[in-house]
Design a protein around this ligand. Structure first.
Ligand SMILES: [Zn+2]
Length: 382
């Protein structure tokens, strides 16, 4: 099966390379905005025709010749995507790009064969830790220390400068992977977080993102500070950069934490069952969820990670729709205990069979049972 994987590296350009990168940001943005304006006045055109017109534009704007021409064509394709999304009602009308947002440009990988040897305008060398990019030449990179080679075909590279003043390159690679279907021998049910982010039917609990909450507090403090400072002053800009750094930390921490959880779950089990998040939301006591948006975003990200990792490892992932609160039913005897609507009860003895249940582990066991029923195509009896 063909899959696309993105490898993101920190980029360390020299001062000279930085100047060229910034020129390319500017030129890509200019081309994008120029053709957005052009199409506003003349109607939407095919990007093939616009690329032809770009050659004319370059004659009048000689500086466009200084940068990677492929990046300029990518701007035109991006604009076409923007219009397609607008016509398909997936998005609003394309906006002009501003230089105050995150800066980036994309360039496509072009390969050629000469005397049996393959040449390419983008190459990653993980041994010397350099990436070859069009016009820029070799740029130092950091990341993926555990790999010595990128397997697969490079499709494109996106060069960006984040608000933290750091440069990155994201390399999209097409990989051909062999997926061996696993004959399932283990199954796990997963209860998705109200108190803990994840509770598995094996009894493992992954806590909520306490570190994130610490960062969130720091973020609020800095934002308050920013609001009291003089806009545009030296200290204002300093605080702004600090805020960008905390944002980046939150993003990174969450990414790694969720990846670790998903890896552990998918590596150790063959069938993974979670509730569908839409249904989960119906039973959520919204007031009790601290930082609701934070935990919601994390949960949907986690589910998509589990789905993706299951797919490439040949495992099975079920999202089940339980139209009943899985935490109120005893996983041993099936007795429904209305008293458990009270979310403060974390542990209890079942009044019918006497088994001692932990609220969340019991819920994950019920989810596991629903997954088993689904797996063997049994009719679910509630
Ligand atoms: Zn019971």
């Amino acid at each position: 099966m063909k899959i696309y994987r993105a490898y993101k590296f920190r980029l360390y350009p020299t001062e000279e390379q930085k100047i060229l990168i910034h020129k390319t940001f500017g030129c890509s943005r200019f081309v994008y905005n120029y053709y957005l304006n052009y199409q506003k006045e003349n109607g939407v055109q095919k990007s093939f025709d616009l690329c032809k017109d770009l050659k004319e534009l370059e004659k009048g704007h000689k500086y466009l010749k200084e940068v990677d021409s492929c990046a300029l064509r990518c701007s035109i394709f991006d604009l076409e995507d923007g219009f397609n999304n607008f016509f398909a009602k997936r998005n609003g009308y394309p906006n002009f790009k501003s230089k105050f947002n995150r800066q980036s440009y994309r360039t496509n990988c072009i390969r050629s064969n000469y005397k049996g040897k393959e040449y390419s305008n983008i190459e990653v060398d993980l041994l010397t830790r350099f990436i070859k990019l069009p016009k820029l030449g070799n740029v130092k990179i950091k990341g993926f220390r555990d790999k010595d080679k990128i397997k697969g075909k490079i499709v494109n590279a996106t060069i960006s400068r984040e608000t933290t003043n750091k440069y990155y390159v994201s390399v999209l690679v097409e990989e051909d992977i062999l997926i061996e279907k696993v004959t399932p021998t283990t199954i796990v049910g997963i209860d998705l977080g109200i108190k803990d982010l994840v509770v598995t039917s094996d009894g493992i609990k992954y806590g909520n993102l306490k570190v994130l909450m610490k960062y969130e507090k720091r973020l609020k403090r800095l934002q308050k500070k920013l609001s009291r400072q003089v806009k545009g002053s030296k200290n204002y800009l300093k605080t702004k950069e600090k805020i960008a750094r905390v944002h980046a930390k939150i993003k990174n921490y969450r990414k790694h934490y969720l990846n670790d959880i998903a890896n552990e779950i998918v590596n150790e089990h063959d069938i993974i069952v979670t509730e569908s998040l839409l249904v989960k939301d119906m039973f959520k006591d919204k007031k009790k969820v601290f930082n609701k948006s934070l935990s919601d975003a994390s949960l949907s990200k986690l589910c998509s990670l589990i789905e993706w990792k299951s797919k490439i490892k040949g495992k099975i992932y079920y999202k089940i729709n339980t139209y009943y609160p899985s935490s109120q039913i005893c996983s041993t005897c099936g007795y429904k205990n209305e008293k458990l609507k009270d979310l403060s009860i974390r542990e209890y003895d079942c009044p019918k069979c006497g088994s001692h249940n932990d609220r969340d582990i019991n819920a994950s066991l019920n989810i596991l049972l629903e997954g088993l029923k689904l797996h063997y195509n049994l009719v679910s009896i509630v």
